[in-house]
Design a protein around this ligand. Structure first.
Ligand code: HSE
Length: 436
C-alpha cells in the first residue's frame, strides 16, 4: 500500500527529506510505500535542487493539511506561526504529524498533544532535538524501563562551534561569531542560538520525556554565551575544564529547601565549566551530544550531528517510517514492520585478506646496517605503504623496530610479513595489531 505525505516546506531539511524519500534503494523496505503527494512552498515556480514534479508543489499550505488523501503531514517550515496553526489544522483533519519544530513543540506542546490524543493520531518529533541523533525514540522506548536522573545536552551546534573555536584559537566571542556568520555556521540573527533559547526549547522537550511531565518553557533558566571570554576559557583550561553551553535537566531527589516532599526538577541552560575527563568535554564544533543517567542503565551518551539537511532529514524520515509502520499494521494483518524481521537474504562479507586497514607491527631484529632498508623494500614490493618506521632501542639484545602502515590490503600485508619472516635478521615479530 502507499502512504501519502504532505510536506510543508522545501528548505534545507525539506529538501533533504525529499531526497531520501525519492531514493529508497538500500534503506528500509517500507520507504518504497511512501509517496510525496504534495509539497507546500512559498514560491512554487522557484527552481529546486531536488527532482520534485512541479505539479505537486503548491503555495496553498491549508490545502495540504485538509487534503483527505494525505496520511502524514511533515511540518518543516519552522517558526511559531503559521506552523502551530497548520499542525493543529492537520490534526483536526486526522493527519499524523512529523515535525522538526522544537520552538512550537516546546511552547505549544500541551495544545498540540491534547488535540492529537483526542483524535488518536501521532505527533513525532525526533528531528526537533539533536538533529540526526536518535534521542527522542530512545527516551520513549529503549530507555523506558529506567528512572532518569539527569539529562545534559550540548544541543546547539552554533554555540558549540563558537566555543570550540574560542578554545582552540584563544579568540573572543564577537570575533568568532562574526567569522561564523561569514562562513554560514551562525545565522545573521544569532539570538536564538547564542542566547540559549534554542537549547532551552530542546531541553524542555527532553525533560518532558525523561521525567514524564509537562514543562513550562518560561520556567527554564536561560543564559547564553555572549559573556564568555577568552580569558575565562584560558583559566578554565589551566584548571582542567572546558566551557560548554549545557542544557541541564535533573531530578532533585532530596530537595533540602523544598516545601513539598515531591520530587522537583532543575532546568537550566548556561555556559558551564566541564571537567576535561567528562564525555561532554570532547564534543566539539557543530556536533551535539546528549548525556543521560538513569537507574538501572547508568550513564549513556548519544552523539552526532545536530543540524544540517542530511542528519535532520534522517530523523524526519525515521519518524515517517514509524507512523507508516503503525498505519500498515492497522490495515493489514502483518507483524509491525519495524519490530519484526524483514530481511530475506544473507549479506556478502568481505574475506579478511581483502580488508583495508592500517597495521602496527613490532619486530625484534639483529642490529646491523640495512635491516630497516630490507623491511622497507619488502613492504614496498608488496604494495604496502608505510606511515612510520621507528627504531626505539634494544630489547633482549635485539633492535626493536616499530612499523605503522597506511591503509593496506590485509592480504598484501600478510604476504610481505611472510617474506620478512624469512630474513636472516628477523629474530621475532612479537606484536601485530590493526590500527583504526
Ligand atoms: N540552530 C540550531 C543549532 C540547529 O545551532 O544547533 C537547529 O536545531
Amino acid at each position: 500500500m502507499t502512504f501519502k505525505i504532505g510536506l510543508l516546506g522545501l528548505g534545507t531539511v525539506g529538501t533533504g527529506t525529499a531526497q531520501i524519500l525519492l531514493d529508497a534503494a538500500g534503506r528500509h523496505p517500507l520507504l518504497q510505500e511512501l509517496e510525496i503527494a504534495k509539497v507546500g512552498v512559498r514560491s512554487p515556480d522557484k527552481p529546486r535542487s531536488v527532482d520534485i514534479p512541479t505539479d505537486i508543489l503548491t503555495a496553498d499550505l491549508e490545502a495540504i493539511v485538509t487534503d483527505p488523501e494525505i496520511d502524514i503531514v511533515v511540518e518543516l517550515i519552522g517558526g511559531l506561526e503559521p506552523a502551530r496553526s497548520l499542525i493543529l489544522q492537520a490534526i483536526s483533519h486526522g493527519k499524523h504529524i512529523v515535525t522538526a519544530n522544537k520552538a512550537v513543540i516546546a511552547r505549544y506542546g500541551e495544545e498540540i498533544f491534547t488535540a492529537a490524543n483526542e483524535k488518536g493520531i501521532y505527533v513525532m518529533l525526533e528531528a526537533a532535538v539533536g538533529g540526526g541523533i536518535p534521542v527522542i525514540q530512545p527516551l520513549k522506548q529503549s530507555l523506558g524501563s529506567n528512572r532518569i536522573h539527569t539529562a545534559i545536552g550540548i544541543v546547539n551546534g552554533t554555540t558549540n562551534y563558537i566555543l570550540t573555536r574560542m578554545q582552540d584559537e584563544g579568540a573572543d566571542f564577537a570575533e568568532v561569531l562574526a567569522d561564523a556568520q561569514n562562513l554560514g555556521y551562525a545565522e545573521a540573527d544569532p539570538t536564538a542560538d547564542v542566547d540559549g533559547l534554542d537549547a532551552a526549547d530542546k531541553i524542555a522537550i527532553l525533560a518532558s520525556l525523561a521525567f514524564a511531565g509537562r514543562i513550562k518553557r518560561e520556567e527554564i533558566y536561560t543564559e547564553g554565551i555572549r559573556q564568555v571570554n577568552a580569558a575565562d576559557i584560558a583559566y578554565a583550561d589551566k584548571l582542567g575544564f572546558v566551557i560548554k553551553l549545557l542544557a541541564i535537566a535533573k531530578r532533585e531527589d532530596n530537595p533540602k529547601s523544598a516545601q513539598s516532599t515531591e520530587d522537583r526538577l532543575q532546568l537550566r541552560v548556561h555556559p558551564t565549566l566541564v571537567p576535561k575527563s567528562h564525555p561532554l568535554a570532547n564534543i566539539n564544533g557543530v556536533f551535539n551530544a546528549i548525556f543521560l543517567s538513569g537507574e538501572p542503565i547508568g550513564e549513556v551518551m548519544f552523539y552526532g550531528k545536530g543540524a544540517g539537511a542530511g542528519p535532520t532529514a534522517s530523523a524526519v524520515v525515521a519518524d515517517i517510517l514509524n507512523v507508516a509502520a503503525v498505519l500498515k499494521t492497522e490495515t493489514e494483518p502483518i507483524p509491525h514492520p519495524l519490530l519484526s524481521c524483514t530481511h530475506h537474504h544473507y549479506c556478502a562479507i568481505a574475506p579478511m585478506e581483502d580488508v583495508m586497514t592500517r597495521f602496527y607491527t613490532r619486530f625484534l631484529t639483529e642490529d646491523y646496517p640495512g635491516v630497516i632498508g630490507q623491511l622497507g623494500t619488502i613492504f614496498g614490493n608488496n604494495g604496502v605503504s608505510l606511515e612510520s618506521v621507528v627504531q626505539i632501542g634494544m630489547r633482549d639484545n635485539r633492535a626493536e623496530i616499530v612499523v605503522v602502515t597506511h591503509d593496506v590490503r590485509e592480504g598484501n600485508f600478510n604476504q610481505a610479513l611472510e617474506e620478512i619472516r624469512q630474513l636472516e635478521a628477523i629474530a621475532s615479530i612479537p606484536s601485530l595489531l590493526r590500527v583504526l
